[in-house]
Design a protein around this ligand. Sequence first.
Ligand code: AHR
Length: 523
Amino acid sequence: MRLLMTASLCVLATAFAIPAGAAPADKTIELTVDTAKPGATIDRHIFGQFAEQLGHGIYDGIWVGKDSSIPNTRGIRNDVVAALKAIKVPNVRWPGGCYADSYHWRDGVGAKRTTRVNTAWGNVVDSNAFGTDEYMDFIAQIGSEAYVSLDVGAGTVAEAQDWMEYMTADQPTTLAQERAANGHPAPYRVAMMGIGNESWDCGGLMTPDEYTAELRRYARFVGSYNSKQPTLKIAVGPGTEDTAWTEAVMKTWKERRGWSFDIQGLSLHSYTVYDGWPPHMPGTGFDESAYAHVLKETLKMGPLIDKQSAVMDKYDPDKKIALVVDEWGAWLAPTPGSNPAFLMQENSQRDAIIAALNINIFSRRADRVRMANIAQMINVLQAMILTDGPKMVLTPTYHVFKMYVPFQGATFIPVTYDANSYVHGDTTLPRLDAIAAKGVDGKIWLSLTNLDPNASLVVDAAALGFKAKSATGQTLSAPKVDSINTFEHPDVVTPKPISGKLKNGAVVLTLPPASVTVVSLEP
Ligand code: AHR
C-alpha cells in the first residue's frame, strides 16, 4: 500500500500531497526518555530572532510610523507585537547582517534623521525612522533583549564606543543626556553585541589575521558603560566547514593577557540552501526529491557544529565561549514578483520541519550552542510573520517556535530510539527526529518530527523514572508539504491538539506524515 502510494506520488512534477489518512509506516518506533540522566540547559536564547534593515523586515513589518492607520504603539505595529510576545522571543539581533557593517547609529537618533541609500540591500532609501530608540522600544514591547551588531566594516572603534555609551551609560554623561533628551533617561540594557558580521565576506573580506586584529581592539575598547549591566561580546565566526577562522579567533582569545580583551561567544552562520548558490528552491511547487534533498542539507548543521566545536574545545575545554548560530534557516528562491534584493520567500510545512530539525540539533548540543537567531523575523527569508499593509499572517515556522516555548530554559534529557528510515530515490533520512527536556514548569516535554511525507508514524514513548499515563500537546501537519498560510487563508497550517494513551507500559502517539509534534507526558 505504502509502496504504491510512494510510486504514484513520485510522478507528480509539482508539490506532492500528503495522503489524507496516510497508512502508518510498517514499523512502530519505540522511544525511551531517560529522566535520570539530565543534560545541559537548553538556553532560551537559541530561540532568538534576527531583524535586519532589509526589504520589508523592519519597515512595514515592524515600523509603520505613528501616523499610520495600521494600529500601532509609537509607530510599532500592535498585531506583530502581540504575535511575537506569544512566542517569547528572547533576543532580537539588529540592525544586520551585511547592513550592520555600514550602519551609522547617529543617522537614526533624534528629531532629524539622516536618510541613506541601503547599499547592502537593493539600494533603496533608508529613512532611518527606525533607529536605536525605536529598536529598544520594540524589544521592550515584545519583552525581549537587545543584541546589536557593531559596524566594524565602515565604522570605527570610537563610533562604536559612542553608540554603546548612548545606549548603556547610567551616569550623566553627554551621550546619556542626549539619550534622555530623546525620551529615554534610563539606560538601556544591551545584553549582547556582535563584533562585526561575516567579516570574511560582506563585512570587509578580511583574512583571519585582519579580523583578529580588529577583534582585539573592538573587544577591548567597546562594551557596556553600566557596570551593573554588562554586555556579552560575540566575535565573528565561520560560515563554512573550514575551521581556519575558528582556529584564528580561538587562538587569539587563548593568548589574551591581563587587561586585554575577552569574548563570550563565537558566531556561526549556516543557511539551508538546496542544490547550490544562488538559492533557487521554490517556496512552493517543489517535488518530493527536492523535499528530501533539502532536509538532508539542513541536517548537515549537526556535523558542521560538531566540526567547529571540536576546534573550540581545543582552546576552550570548559566551554566558556558559546557557539552562537546567529544566522540560520532556509534560504529559498524569492517570492515570484518580489524584489529579489528584499529576500522575501514563501514559508511552507517543509520549512516548519526544517525549523524543528535545527532546533533539535541545537538542543542536543546545548552545552556549547547557547544562542541562535533564525533569519529573519518578519517578511525576510524563513520568517515567523508576513505582512502586507494592514494584513498579517503567521507562517508554519512561527507555529513551531510557539510549540517549542516549553523548551526555553528546559533541561535536556536523552532519548533513545531507532529512527527508522525515510528513503526517497538516492536520499535516505531518519524517519523520526526526537528530543526531550524537563521544562521550567517541571513537565517532561517531547518533540517528535516525522520527516516521512508518505506515512504516519506510530511512536511508543516510555519514560524511565517517570510514570506517564498519557501525552497531550499539539501537532503541526498540512494537506501538502508545500502548504502555506496566506492572508486569505491564514489557517491552512496551524497546530491541532494531539494526545496519546498508555498501552503496554508506553504512551502511544500517531504522528501525521511530515509533521512536528510537541507533547508533555502526563502522570
Ligand atoms: O540574512 C541575510 C544576509 O545573509 C545577512 O545580511 C548576511 O549576514 C548573510 O549573508
